[in-house]
Design a binder for this molecule. Structure first.
Ligand code: SF4
Ligand code: SF4
Length: 231
């Protein structure tokens, strides 16, 4: 059985955010819901300035606080290293959101993509309404990816949480997470750490990886390599 992890090679990351955009289109996330995101940091005073760009996502922690606090086992670990969320079991208590030290869980206060149900045009007499656009494209929203619904709600419901799934729907079919495919710098590498010949295993052996907030004891499954700055 595979044990999946992601390596992010910060030396190869060009900070283009292609991963963030790819994630939105793959997972049908609403505005403000970024399962793939990034943090930036600028230090120093001109001309001695340094800038860092760090892609972020759910760390699929081995010792996941979100799983521990969930009262209904809606948030759970599977045996391949994924931290997954069962929308049917979720009661929307948001305990996981509070417990996650990385703040990567989003809560649906209202129904997603509401603008595609709204029949008021953005500019009256000039633009179509969101509803008209959705009706004409024949999908819930113009960029809807039906593959997302293979393992999770295609669009998540009001009153529950959602987060990155490491594209489990793709990985189960032998594909890579879409953020990995979309990265032009080959900065994201995904694979099986139980296989010593996999690229992730080789990279983790060759470099000394860092993990975000390692001191919290969460044992993240996202590893950063070739980070030449200190944090
Ligand atoms: S990063 Fe947050 S949501 Fe993801 S497994 Fe860890 S605690 Fe859970
Ligand atoms: S919001 Fe849902 S997944 Fe999160 S702790 Fe509550 S029941 Fe579990």
């Amino acid at each position: 059985m595979a044990k999946y992890a992601m390596v992010i090679d910060l030396h190869n990351c060009v900070g283009c955010a292609a991963c963030d955009i790819a994630c939105k289109t793959e997972n049908n996330t609403d505005a403000g819901f970024n399962w793939s995101s990034h943090v930036t940091e600028t230090r120093g005073t001109f001309p001695n300035v340094s800038f860092r760009y760090i892609p972020t996502l759910c760390n699929h922690c081995e010792n996941a606080p979100c799983v521990k606090v969930c009262p209904t086992e809606a948030m759970y670990k599977d045996n391949e290293g994924f931290t997954l969320h069962d929308a049917d079991k979720c009661i929307g208590c948001r305990s996981c959101e509070l417990a996650c030290p990385y703040k990567v869980i989003h809560f649906n206060k209202k129904q997603q993509h509401q603008r595609y149900m709204d029949d008021k045009p953005l500019i009256p007499g000039v633009t179509s309404s969101g509803k008209e656009t959705a009706d004409k494209t024949g999908v819930p929203l113009p960029y809807y990816n039906p593959d997302r619904a293979k393992t999770y709600d295609g669009i998540r419901r009001e009153g529950i949480v959602e987060k990155c799934t490491f594209c489990d729907h793709r990985v189960k079919e032998g594909l890579q997470p879409w953020c990995v495919e979309a990265c032009p710098g080959d900065a994201r590498i995904f694979g099986d750490t139980d296989d010593p010949t996999s690229r992730v295993s080789q990279l983790l052996k060759h470099y000394t990886p860092r993990q975000l907030l390692k001191h919290k004891g969460t044992k993240p499954r996202v590893f950063y390599i070739r980070d030449y700055g200190a944090y």
